[in-house]
Design a protein around this ligand. Structure first.
Ligand code: ATP
Ligand code: MG
Length: 451
């Protein structure tokens, strides 16, 4: 790898007043830097927080890089957590109990595209040189108010460019995840990918199968969490060949499926997990459900996520075409919507209609149809009403299986069959969900001619 010096990166430079206001790590972070510096160990803020601060965006985790070895860090602070000592990372707990990651300056001694072996005793510049992209390889010293930016990361931030540190093909060969990270950062900040970096991503694509499912899943999830318009990122996944290697079941999915992601807003705070899950489900909305679960399994998604996403794909197969056909023509009837909600399931129905709407919005962005947009609003209101105020499951019926047996239905599968028949009766008109009316209907069925 080229050293920072060979690349001609400038000496540390003082920051302007404007930058100083942005580069403002919290007091607890400054305190950790101060203590390490007092003990004689050079310590800098590095990585994502510096990048985001320079972009004027808030970032919660200020990672620190230091000349101290992990054991020296543990000697300086009373409360530490050995987060990843083999890789040089110690967690330092501040007074409030918040953990801050402090990592020893390191350089890579061996890389095989998956695992790196690192050596300590490196300089700050060597540490920056092993980072993936120039925008992630800027260091800030909060005491000296100095920036160290040997690869011109600030220039790339200004130009809006994701560019590998050093020789791109080699850097991607060292760690294939960098290909996906580069695409994610570009999508997140609305940046371009520098041509040589892009070519390296493309040449990495056939090798991405060597990444663990967990790491790929994490990248996909972070993309859905962080990127406002994931269609761009997913187009890069597709154009680079990454999608073909990692998720062949959706490599040939229609464009509107990816464009629909942009109409599913990413969530913040409490709503984040559900929104992220909706975006993940959109990727498979229209794929053969039998192929969805194995694909999610390979990504090591949880069983709950696999179940949820697969069920939505299954519902899409079952009723997606009908729903779309109705919406293209007219407002659905209340009974139709109730039946759709019943088919999808109460809990999944809001997600399902959210995905259906997002896909329509993607199409309508190409070819606006005001009437359809209006129908989508009505559909979602109707679906919400049906799901949360009307009987759509056997459990919502005004009678139970025991009631049925009391009036003569034989215990066993017949009870379930009869309950589903009653639900069907009620789905046409929720006013029918009355105990007496339903029991009378059962009696007629069980003892024909008695009435
Ligand atoms: P995010 O906001 O997504 O956390 P980040 O830049 O903080 O973005 P992290 O994954 O937390 O990303 O990594 C912190 C820093 O470590 C990066 O900014 C980068 O300098 C370095 N880094 C992380 N992963 C890699 C990698 N695979 N190869 C090289 N450097 C990496
Ligand atoms: Mg980070």
């Amino acid at each position: 790898m080229e050293s920072a010096r060979e690349l001609g990166g400038g000496a540390p430079h003082a920051v302007s007043d404007g930058l100083r206001r942005r580069l403002d790590p919290p007091a607890s972070v400054r305190e950790i830097v101060a203590r390490l510096e007092r003990a004689g160990y050079e310590t800098w803020c590095v990585g994502g927080a510096v990048r985001d601060a320079l972009l004027g965006q808030a970032h919660l985790d200020w990672d620190l890089a230091t000349a101290a070895t992990p054991s020296q860090v543990m000697n300086v602070f009373k409360r530490t957590v050995p987060v990843g000592v083999a890789f040089g990372t110690v967690g330092v707990l501040d007074e409030a109990g918040t953990l801050h990651e402090v990592t020893t300056f390191r350089r890579d001694v061996k890389t095989d595209g998956r695992h790196a072996e690192v050596a300590f005793g490196a300089s700050l510049d060597e540490d920056l040189a092993r980072r993936d992209f120039t925008i992630n390889a800027i260091a800030y010293h909060p005491q000296r108010e100095e920036l160290r930016d040997p690869f011109d990361g600030q220039l790339d931030l200004k130009r809006g460019l994701v560019r590998a540190v050093g020789e791109p093909v080699q850097r991607m060969r060292e760690d294939r995840l960098r290909a996906l990270r580069g695409i994610r950062f570009a999508g997140r900040f609305g940046f371009h990918i520098e041509p040589a970096t892009w070519r390296a991503i493309v040449s990495s694509a056939p090798h991405l199968g060597s990444l663990s499912g967990e790491r790929v899943q994490q990248e996909l999830v972070k993309t859905m969490q962080q990127v406002e318009k994931p269609s761009v990122s997913m187009r890069w996944w597709r154009e680079s060949g990454a999608l073909r290697t990692l998720l062949p079941v959706i490599a040939d999915a229609p464009d509107d499926r990816f464009e629909a992601l942009d109409f599913l807003p990413r969530g913040e705070g409490d709503e984040e997990p559900g929104r992220t899950l909706d975006r993940l489900a959109m990727l498979f909305f229209g794929t053969d459900p039998a192929a969805v679960r194995p694909a999610l399994g390979a990504l090591k998604c949880s069983n709950a996520q696999q179940g949820w996403i697969t069920a939505l794909a299954k519902s899409e197969r079952e009723i997606g075409g009908t729903v779309d056909a109705v919406l293209a023509e007219r407002v659905p009837t209340a009974a139709e919507v109730r039946r759709w909600v019943a088919a999808v399931g109460r809990m999944r129905s809001m997600s399902f209609f959210g995905l259906v709407s997002a896909r329509w919005h993607a199409r309508l962005a190409q070819e606006p149809r005001e009437a359809v947009s209006q129908r989508l609003v009505e559909l979602r209101a109707m679906a919400g009403h049906a799901a949360f105020h009307e009987p759509v499951e056997v459990g919502d019926l005004a009678v139970t299986g025991e009631d049925l047996m009391r009036v003569g239905v034989t215990s066993g599968p017949e009870v379930g069959v009869m309950l589903r028949r009653l639900l069907n009766f009620v789905l046409d008109d929720p006013a029918r969900n009355q105990r007496e009316l339903l029991l009378r209907r059962v009696t007629v069925d069980v003892h024909p001619g008695r009435e």
